[in-house]
Design a protein around this ligand. Structure first.
Ligand SMILES: Cc1cc2nc3c(=O)[nH]c(=O)nc-3n(C[C@H](O)[C@H](O)[C@H](O)COP(=O)(O)OP(=O)(O)OC[C@H]3O[C@@H](n4cnc5c(N)ncnc54)[C@H](O)[C@@H]3O)c2cc1C
Length: 399
């Protein structure tokens, strides 16, 4: 039986483990966080491809139960006065769920069939004819047949197997931070968005209005703060948003007590090939479309479905399966990446005049003939793949 190591226990990794276990593979997930990671913004699933994958996984019901139910979003000025309202049906997908809730569902669904190793990371990969010897930062070395990097935008496996991040990550010049705050505005299935030149702050209700998420985006060149330096990241956010109006100061004060804190640059991953020998990449690690595309999580879930299905169909022959994985998913991933292009400028115009213009446009949008265009384009992109049916491939792989 093939023995597969997956790096990363967020969305793509556990989704892949789910399918691989169903097809009879043995899976281990190594995650560098010390335990399950909650937190993050709300993610959308839209259209047939996304919903079909969730249904075939048997988790659609659970995902629907945990849906955020967020409705219209209000665009406010620095005094909190509503300038425009964005109806939910303009941009929301079919099901919206907090990333942390989705990750928890996936973790629950796989922990009985997958070995989870938290608090560790791959240190080196040494491939030969029969497999890969993997050295870890903490645990003893082990042998695996295949290794999959599902470890996100700053993938460790990509660096080890393909080369430095700069070769594959296109920085979009924006940083983003998300954390949990009390729902002090009493928001009921809604959110407020406040734009200033080149920056955006927002808060929206979560978990049936019992809490809220604060999300900040700001245009910036790369920062030199380390990815694990939370204090440094919070300092940068404070420097950017303190005294800029609306609820920013209160949200920044609450940031210190938040149970979670996500901070990252917004980027896209562009690679000619997603595999090398016995190693392959999945999700953001391979083809991150950027968080501004609204497509990353759906794409990662579809990617996991296809990669596992092709491995099963090829009875574990990674040469055949990895090539097919890229053939089936390549155009779809490219389409999702297009959605991320250009959104940064549109989302955070850099002058006051442009912000006012955009608010005016949003005010009028519900009455304009093209009001559903953005939602239609997003749906068309999300549905732009004919999902192979791998049900017949659900046999045990050969060695
Ligand atoms: C806690 C958290 C919060 C997030 N919040 C947001 C958000 O608010 N907005 C947004 O745009 N995107 C967010 N994301 C990213 C979003 O989940 C992904 O863009 C998308 O869902 C695709 O998922 P993925 O599994 O491919 O990558 P990711 O969700 O990025 O998951 C990668 C996983 O790999 C782990 N990992 C990283 N390095 C190593 C290593 N060396 N060894 C082992 N494991 C490693 C990470 O801890 C993470 O669990 C968040 C991710 C996480 C982990």
């Amino acid at each position: 039986m093939k023995n597969i190591l997956i790096s990363g226990a967020s969305v793509a990794g556990p989704a892949l483990a789910h399918w691989l276990a169903r097809y009879g593979f043995t899976t281990t997930i190594v995650e560098n966080a010390p335990g399950f990671r909650d937190g993050g913004y709300a993610v959308d699933f839209r259209g047939d491809a996304h919903l079909t994958v969730l249904r075939r996984m048997g988790i659609l019901g659970e995902v629907e139960q945990a849906r955020t139910g967020t409705g219209a979003m209000a665009y406010v000025n620095r005094d909190g006065k509503v300038q425009a309202s964005m109806p939910a049906d303009l941009f929301a997908g079919d099901v919206e769920i907090l990333r942390g809730d989705l990750a928890r569902i996936l973790h629950r669904a796989t922990r009985g069939t997958t070995e989870y190793v938290f608090g560790d990371s791959i240190a080196s990969l040494d491939e030969d004819e029969d497999g890969v010897t993997v050295a870890f930062e903490r645990s003893a070395p082990r042998r695996f047949d295949l290794v999959i990097g599902a470890d996100g935008l700053h993938s460790n496996v990509r660096r080890l197997a393909f080369g430095p991040e700069e070769r594959f990550v296109r920085d979009l010049g924006v940083h983003c931070a998300v954390f949990t705050v009390p729902n002090h505005l009493g928001l009921q299935y809604t959110g407020h968005v406040y734009r200033t030149g080149g920056q955006l702050a927002s808060v929206y209700s979560a978990r049936h209005n019992t809490e809220a998420r604060a999300a900040f985006y700001f245009a910036s060149p790369e920062t030199d703060v380390h990815r694990r330096d939370v204090a440094g990241q919070q300092r940068i956010l404070t420097e950017r948003f303190a005294g800029t109006g609306w609820e920013c100061d209160r949200l920044l004060a609450e940031m210190r007590n938040a149970p979670d804190f996500y901070f990252d640059s917004v980027g896209q991953v562009r690679m000619d090939t997603w595999s090398r020998g016995r190693v392959a990449l999945l999700g953001d690690a391979a083809y991150c479309p950027s968080s501004l595309s609204g497509m990353g999580t759906g794409l990662a879930m579809v990617g996991a479905y296809v990669l596992a299905g092709e491995l099963a169909a090829a009875r574990g022959d990674h040469r055949v399966a990895y090539a097919r994985y890229q053939d089936v998913l390549g155009e779809y991933a490219a389409g999702c990446q297009k959605m991320g292009d250009g959104v940064a400028k549109l989302m955070m115009p850099d002058s006051r005049f442009a912000v006012a213009l955009l608010n005016r446009y949003y005010k009028l949008l519900p009455y304009l003939p093209g009001k559903n265009m953005a939602a239609k384009i997003a749906r068309k992109t999300a549905e732009g793949i004919a999902l192979p049916d791998y049900a017949g491939a659900a046999t045990r792989p050969t060695c």
